[in-house]
Ligand binder design. Structure first.
Ligand code: MEV
Length: 425
């Protein structure tokens, strides 16, 4: 039965309470489920309801703080929101191991975003391209008039690129508006410009505008991080060489690169979520950038320095902002930014690149030495303990017991919890 047949017509117009009632009637949620759904915690129901459609609750994700990171000479505390148990610990460990060489160093390429305008129906695409390029100053003025606030904040239109694209459906002309969005992620700003400009572009070229939307391949907004891990801090040459071999594997093989980059995004997305940024935009940009040569590869590069130390480098698009969307609305995002002591999107991008790099170090080191499961499962043991019903102190006790036994599985956990409660171990 479709939702409307189930009597959900106008569902979006109901209050949160009424929606909850309807869903509960239809799905038979238990009273304890309703109690849980009604706990909105630090995101008030009015705020949540204003953020997305059809709200019936909020989904809590742990927020932790990564310690030990020195970034460009400054001690940082980094808020990270993630459900994956090993992610924050991995940042703390890796950041600690590069402190003796000064921590992580970073840079950015700028804060420019690209909006794409797709033009169809142009039998003479080269003429259309030239005409548009001749209008660059006028286009810049129209764009800036659409977002005067951006202009006031030092941003605005910067450049125009026009590409001729051969596709399965014929030749297209693609205009790129390059816009400096400063401390905003910029999606709304550049989308408005692309939409506002479209009628003029049609007039000038005689073509028909189809899509007008930003590109998540934010390759004019790159963040970079670099750190040196001294041989003595990582356990010697064998560890270094095996980590290097692991990184070359990821450079050469898309199957491995996907997982390698997923590890990097474990860190990047956790900071994005904690600060109310768009994790999907970042993920899309990262993977598109990783495939820019035509072959999907790793986002990081690893080398030795002249003293044989291990050097890690990461460069990736980092379209993040501080002045819009959930960043300004979600109370936890606002608190996260206070913990970061960051008022600049560029700085946030640098922190995120640093976190991605150290996350990558941790994964490579674990994989090239003990394997990932030892540390991962030790942390996961707490989840297992909670899953089988351990409460309060029992969680740590049971988790430790499972690690000692080397059996981090729910069936053992159930047995061990029963024994623990019976005072048998
Ligand atoms: C797990 O979430 C991330 C890793 O798989 C990353 C990697 O393999 O490099 C450990």
């Amino acid at each position: 039965m479709s939702p409307n047949q189930q009597g959900l017509k106008g569902f979006h117009r109901l209050s949160v309470e009424e929606r909850l009632q309807r869903i509960s009637e239809i799905t038979g949620l238990e009273s304890e489920d309703l109690v849980c759904l009604k706990e909105f915690g630090n995101l008030q129901s009015e705020t949540a309801n204003g953020m997305v459609e059809n709200v019936i609750g909020v989904m809590g994700i742990p927020l932790g703080v990564a310690t030990n990171l020195i970034l460009d000479g400054q001690e940082m505390l980094v808020p990270m929101a993630t459900e994956e148990s090993s992610v924050i610990a991995a940042v703390c460990n890796a950041a600690k191991q590069c402190r003796s060489s000064g921590g992580v160093f970073s840079s950015v390429s700028g804060t420019e975003m690209i909006a794409q305008i797709q033009l169809l129906g142009l039998p003479h695409p080269h003429q259309a391209r030239q005409i548009l390029l001749e209008k660059k100053d006028q286009i810049g003025k129209i764009c800036d008039a659409i977002d005067p606030l951006l202009l006031e904040n030092g941003g605005g239109f910067r450049d125009l690129e026009v590409r001729i694209l051969e596709t399965r459906g014929g030749t297209m002309v693609i205009a790129h508006l390059v816009v400096d969005t400063r401390d905003a992620m910029g999606a709304n700003a550049v989308n408005s410009m692309a939409e506002g400009l479209a009628p003029e572009i049609e007039n000038w070229t005689g073509g028909r505008v189809n899509l007008r939307i930003l590109s998540n391949l934010a390759d004019r907004r790159l963040a970079r991080a670099r750190a040196v891990w001294k041989l003595e801090d990582i356990g010697g040459e064998k560890v270094r060489d095996d980590m290097l071999a692991a990184s070359w594997f990821a450079e050469a093989d898309p199957y491995r690169a996907a997982t390698h980059n997923k590890g990097i995004m474990n860190g990047v997305s956790a900071v994005a979520l904690a600060t109310g940024n768009d994790t999907r935009a970042l993920e899309a940009g990262a993977h598109a950038y990783a495939a820019r040569s035509g072959q999907y590869s790793s986002l990081s590069r690893w080398e030795c320095d002249q003293n044989g130390n291990l050097v890690g480098m990461l460069e990736m698009p980092m379209a993040v902002g501080l002045i819009g969307g959930a960043t300004k609305v979600h109370p936890m995002a606002k608190i996260s930014l206070k913990i970061l002591k960051t008022q600049k999107a560029e700085k946030l991008a640098q922190v995120m690149a640093a976190v991605g790099l150290v996350q990558n170090f941790s994964a490579l080191k674990a994989l090239a030495t003990t394997g990932i499961q030892k540390g991962h499962m030790a942390l996961h043991s707490k989840n297992i303990a909670m899953m089988v019903g351990a409460m309060g102190d029992e969680v740590d006790q049971l988790a430790q017991r499972l690690v000692e036994l080397g059996k981090i599985r729910s069936d053992f956990a159930e047995e061990e919890l029963t024994k623990l409660r019976a005072g048998k171990n």
